[in-house]
Design a protein around this ligand. Structure first.
Ligand code: AN0
Ligand code: CP
Length: 315
């Protein structure tokens, strides 16, 4: 693997998930691979899991890991080409990314969408500039439209816990108080569409995702129909793709409860976290036997480690 920005960078997603599960059994078997290699993790937005699990994965492989919260600790970044920098921005992304590439063998970048200009977000303007100017392999730590390290960890968790060959997996929209990116559901959908699962997406009218991520999924506005016989329910809020970044309705009744889970095949409930309790998901689910959110977050380490291992093997 030369970079990890989406499912399209992966030759065989099942083999990669399998590799992650093997690393979980034997975390330190490849310490030699990362000797004297450094990963730079650059955050333009907050993170708990991605930050810690990717550092842990790098350390398990014998790498050094450096973290820069560039939005808070770096110089104010200019993103526009040709800008006359006589205002508030101090450093252009051209120099910033190129310099970071001098210090690291691999660079991870987190850059959320602005949710204002769809073209800018869906062209991955910021992420792609980092990738272009840094000159080393890049890993997405969640970009404007995708979160592939999360999706790989989700696939690993489903492979680990499934009790039938082809489980039914449901991506279920959840209520929220503010507009969130489509990155997690886009990415989960494109990974599930390539996996050996029966994949359904359920959301209220107005919350359709970009169809280029959902090709092959069964899509419904009926929450109960989607939940019927489900083996895994993946809960996530997202804002509308059209009109972009808007919230066409609060739909608070879509919050998942134990009562609603009764029609499932004793489904396991997933969420990428962070989750707003009693807005997106009821306490009774998060604190009950259906939830696998902590195991899912734990698997972020093995997903990241499988990806870094393949990138190191290709350096
Ligand atoms: C982010 C999102 O929805 O993309 C990060 C999730 C991993 N979540 C929030 O902003 C709450
Ligand atoms: N799930 C996830 O990516 O969490 P963080 O935003 O805390 O990294």
């Amino acid at each position: 693997m030369k970079q990890f920005t989406s499912v399209h960078d992966v030759a065989d997603i099942n083999a990669l998930a399998e590799e992650a599960l093997q690393l979980k059994q034997n975390p330190y078997a490849f310490q030699h691979l990362g000797k004297n290699k450094t990963i730079g993790l650059v955050f333009l937005n907050p993170s708990l899991r991605t930050r810690m699990s990717t550092q842990k994965a790098a350390l398990n492989l014998g790498m050094n890991a450096m973290v820069l919260n560039i939005d808070k600790e770096g110089w104010a970044l200019e993103l526009q080409d040709g800008a006359i920098m006589n205002g508030t921005t101090v450093e252009h992304i051209r120099e910033a990314a190129a310099v970071l590439g001098q210090y690291a063998d691999i660079i991870g970048v987190r850059s959320f969408p602005g949710l204002k200009n769809r073209d800018e977000d869906y062209n991955e303007t910021i992420f792609n500039k980092f990738a272009e100017y840094c000159g080393v392999p890049v890993v997405s730590l969640e970009s404007a439209t995708r979160h592939p390290l999360q999706s790989l960890a989700d696939l690993v968790t489903i492979q680990e816990l499934k009790t039938k060959l082809r489980p039914k997996v449901v991506l279920m929209w959840a209520p929220h108080i503010k507009p969130l990116p489509q990155a997690v559901p886009n990415s989960f959908a494109e990974w599930m569409c390539k996996s050996d699962v029966e994949f359904t997406i359920a959301h209220p009218e107005g919350y359709a995702l970009d169809t280029s991520f959902t090709n092959g999924a069964y899509i419904t506005y009926n929450q109960e129909e989607a939940l019927a016989d489900a083996d895994f329910v993946y809960v996530k809020n997202w804002s509308a793709y059209e009109p972009y970044g808007q919230m066409p309705g609060q739909h608070t009744a879509w919050m998942l409860t134990n009562e609603k889970l009764k029609v499932t095949a004793q489904a396991k409930v997933m969420h990428c976290l962070p989750v707003r309790r009693n807005v997106e998901l009821a306490d009774e689910i998060l604190d009950g036997p259906s939830s696998i959110v902590i195991q899912e977050a734990g698997n972020r380490v093995w997903a990241a480690q499988a990806v870094l291992k393949q990138l190191l093997e290709n350096l």
